[in-house]
Design a protein around this ligand. Structure first.
Ligand code: WQD
Length: 345
C-alpha cells in the first residue's frame, strides 16, 4: 500500500505544488487545511492536474481536540509535511499575537497528536529569514541564525528549536526542516499558483498584478544598497523545484538515512538576482513594459540573501533546475489564466 502523507496547509501555494509532486510519486495524500488563506477549489485543481483527488480534512490546527481526532483518523500515516502557518511578514509585525498563536499552536498540536498516534516523521516548512542579515554569503546551514526581523520569521526560528528538542527527547521521531529562500512561479498548467490575500507583500505577485492592471505601479523599495545595481538581491526558486525537494526529503526519511535528530537544508538555487534583474526578466519574458517607481527602503529588508546548495544536493540528491525566466514566465501565465477565470479580489 502506498505510504500516506498528511500535508497541513496543502491548499496553499507551496503545499498544493508539493501535493502534486507527492501524488506523482504515488503517495496517498491527506490535506489538512483551515482554508483561512486558501481555497478548497484547489483540491479540484489538483485533481484536474494529477487525475487523483487528495482526501481533504478541514481542520483548524489551533483546536487541540479536533487536531487529535483528525490525526487519530489518519494514524496510519507515515508522516506529516507541515506548511500550515500565516506567512505575511508585514502583517506579523502588526499582529504578533496572532502569528505566535497560529504558527506555534498549530505546530505544537500537530506534534502532540503525532506523538499520541506514533506518527514519527515530520518535514517542516521553514525560511531563510531565520538567518537574519547574514554575515557571509552564500549562506550555509551552519550560518549563525539570528533573531529574525519579524514575528513571522521568529515563529520559524522558534519552531526549529521546538523540533530539535522534540526530536532529541523522542528518539524514534525524525524531522527535517527545509529553509526556503524566495519561492516564486507556478505549475506549468496554470491551474494553481500564488494567491495572496489583498495587496501582495512579495515582489513577484506584485509585479504580475501590476502587469495585469490590478495595481497601478510597482514600488521598488530602494536602489541604494551595496549591490550591482543598488537593489536588493534574493535567491528566487521555482515553486515546483521547491516541491520536488520535499519529496526528496521524504525519501530520506523513508530510507532512514538521517544522521541527526533534526536535519536542516537550504532550498535555493545558489544564484542571486536583484529586483531590477527580476523586472528586466519579466519585461523580456512578457513583452510588457512594467510601470515602477524607485522609492525608499522597506524596513527589515537585507541587502543580499542567496543559498549555498551543496548540503541539499549531497544529502537529498536534489538541485533546483529551473531558471529565472521560467519562474517568471510561469508566474505570469498563472496570473493571466487566473484573472481570466475570476474577478480581482
Ligand atoms: C523581495 C525583494 C524587496 C515587494 C519574504 C519573507 C520570506 C519569504 C519570502 C515566506 C526585496 C523587493 C518587494 C515590492 C519591492 N516568505 N520588493 N517591491 O522580503 O526577500 O522574503 O518573502 O517564507 O520569509 O521574508 O521577499 O518578495 O517581499 O521581497 O521592491 O512591492 O523585492 O525590497 O528586496 P523577501 P519579497
Amino acid at each position: 500500500m502506498n505510504k500516506k502523507i498528511i500535508v497541513t496547509g496543502g491548499c496553499g501555494y507551496i503545499g498544493s505544488h508539493t501535493v502534486i509532486e507527492l501524488i506523482k510519486n504515488n503517495f496517498q495524500v491527506v490535506i489538512f487545511d483551515d482554508l483561512s488563506n486558501s481555497s478548497q477549489d484547489t483540491i479540484g485543481r489538483i485533481e484536474s492536474i494529477t487525475g487523483v483527488r487528495p482526501v481533504f480534512e478541514q481542520v483548524d490546527l489551533k483546536d487541540v481536540n479536533h487536531t487529535s481526532q483528525v490525526i487519530l483518523k489518519h494514524k496510519n500515516a507515515f508522516g506529516v509535511i507541515h506548511f500550515a502557518a500565516h506567512k505575511a511578514v508585514g502583517e506579523s509585525v502588526q499582529k504578533p499575537l496572532d502569528y505566535y498563536q497560529n504558527n506555534l499552536y498549530s505546530l505544537l498540536n500537530t506534534l502532540k497528536a503525532q506523538h499520541e498516534n506514533g506518527i514519527q516523521n515530520f518535514i517542516f516548512s521553514s525560511s531563510a529569514t531565520v538567518y537574519g542579515n547574514p554575515k557571509s554569503l552564500p549562506i550555509t546551514e551552519n550560518n549563525q541564525t539570528q533573531r529574525p526581523f519579524s514575528p513571522y520569521g521568529n515563529t520559524k526560528k522558534m519552531a526549529e528549536e521546538i523540533l530539535e528538542d522534540f526530536s532529541k527527547a523522542y528518539t524514534d521521531f525524525s524531522a527535517i526542516s527545509l529553509r526556503y529562500f524566495n519561492p516564486i512561479g507556478a505549475h506549468e498548467s496554470g491551474e494553481i499558483g500564488e494567491l495572496p490575500n489583498g495587496i501582495p507583500n512579495n515582489l513577484m505577485p506584485y509585479i504580475t498584478q501590476t502587469a495585469a492592471g490590478i495595481r497601478e505601479k510597482l514600488m521598488v523599495f530602494g536602489n541604494d544598497y551595496d549591490t550591482t545595481d543598488g537593489t536588493p538581491i534574493r535567491d528566487y526558486i521555482h515553486v515546483v523545484d521547491l516541491a520536488k525537494a520535499h519529496v526528496k526529503a521524504l525519501f530520506r526519511l523513508i530510507e532512514n538515512k538521517q544522521e541527526q535528530a533534526l536535519e536542516t537544508f537550504n532550498l535555493g538555487t545558489g544564484n542571486g538576482f536583484s529586483v531590477m534583474e527580476v523586472i528586466e526578466s519579466f519585461e523580456r519574458v512578457s513583452g510588457i513594459k512594467l510601470n515602477y517607481e524607485i522609492v525608499g527602503r522597506r524596513p527589515g529588508d537585507v541587502p543580499q540573501l542567496f543559498a549555498a546548495t551543496d548540503l541539499a544536493h549531497h544529502k537529498l540528491g536534489w538541485k533546483a533546475e529551473l531558471g529565472l525566466d521560467e519562474m517568471i514566465d510561469s508566474a505570469w501565465r498563472w496570473e493571466q489564466k487566473y484573472r481570466a477565470t475570476t474577478t480581482a479580489k
